[in-house]
Design a protein around this ligand. Structure first.
Ligand code: ASP
Length: 297
């Protein structure tokens, strides 16, 4: 069926705080961000390169919660995390506790390419970014007024505020039927310093194998407990379910309003289910389907 790309910009209680101007900005950005990966796929790029570059574009977009525009921890600082996985080789890279790496997904990719490890945290990951000449910026560079206001509101009413999502991710199937997935985030607003979510965890927030690729978003702790991304792939492999059946079953088996995921299979089928109010998303396939969405419709 050919190539396919899906991206997400986070799932959660996004509608209650969605202003008209923010909606307009997101609706303008999502098709362009989807096109970053679609254009690469049309030109014959491999799925791994596509999900990395699609995620870089999302990290660079301040509207979404990864790279600049990431949420702040309870200490008022940014701790970024990302992961990437190649379905063809089964190789993966991930990093967390990043304070200065402008594009965390690029560090994850380099960990995949250059080390025998999968997951590197904190100081060691920062040192690798420096050694490999990846672009680094001061921690304050990631801060926007919008995220500062969210942190202030959260700290004023922590028991009532819901997490501000908008984590980003991409999944792709290339012309050869190879799939890959990537996820990148600042975590959750007001998180405890040192908290790690699902986004950098292979099996929980990100997974790719020879059949499917998955990137998750939402309340990370629920995805960690469920091993959601890998579970989608396991259902396809062991139960013979379609990507849509497996994806829907996995999000529905989690606590209500946990969030959502994007998934693609090696035939170019795409699934984008969520149980939260909404999920920022975009997709395009060689078979001719394309679109963007925020809420249920
Ligand atoms: N899953 C992310 C986390 O818990 C947040 C999100 O997807 O918005 O860190």
């Amino acid at each position: 069926m050919g190539w396919a790309i899906a991206i997400h910009g986070g799932a959660g209680a996004i509608l209650e705080s969605l202003t008209d101007s923010h909606r307009a900005a997101v609706e303008e950005a999502l098709p362009k961000l989807t096109e970053v990966g679609a254009a690469m796929l049309k030109a014959g790029a491999c799925a791994l390169d596509v999900v990395e570059q699609a995620t870089v574009a999302l990290e660079e977009c301040e509207l979404f919660q990864a790279g600049r525009g990431s949420v702040l921890s309870a200490a008022g600082t940014h701790e970024l995390e990302a992961s990437i996985m190649d379905g063809l080789t089964g190789s993966a890279g991930a990093a967390c506790g990043l304070r200065t790496v402008r594009n965390p997904v690029c560090l994850a990719r380099q960990i995949l390419e250059r080390t025998t490890h999968v997951f590197i945290a904190g100081r060691g990951a920062e040192d690798l970014a420096k050694a490999w000449d990846l672009e680094r910026v001061p921690n304050e560079w990631f801060t926007t007024d919008r995220r500062l206001n969210q942190l202030r509101r959260h700290l004023a009413t922590p028991e009532r505020s819901r997490p501000y999502p908008e984590t980003v991710g991409a999944v792709a199937c290339d012309m050869e039927g190879r799939v890959a997935a990537a996820t990148s985030t600042g975590g959750t607003t007001g998180k405890l310093p040192g908290r790690i979510g699902d986004a950098p965890l292979i099996n929980a927030g990100t997974w790719a194998d020879e059949r499917v690729a998955v990137s998750c978003t939402g309340i990370g702790e629920n995805f960690v407990r469920a091993g959601t991304a890998r579970m989608v792939a396991a259902r396809v492999e062991l139960l013979g379910e379609s990507i849509e059946q497996a994806s829907v079953a996995c999000v529905q088996s989690m606590p209500p309003e946990s969030g959502g995921l994007i998934a693609v299979d090696c035939h170019g089928n795409v699934s984008l289910p969520f149980t939260s109010q909404g999920m920022y998303r975009g997709w395009e396939t060689q078979a001719g389907t394309r679109g963007i969405g925020i809420g249920a419709i």
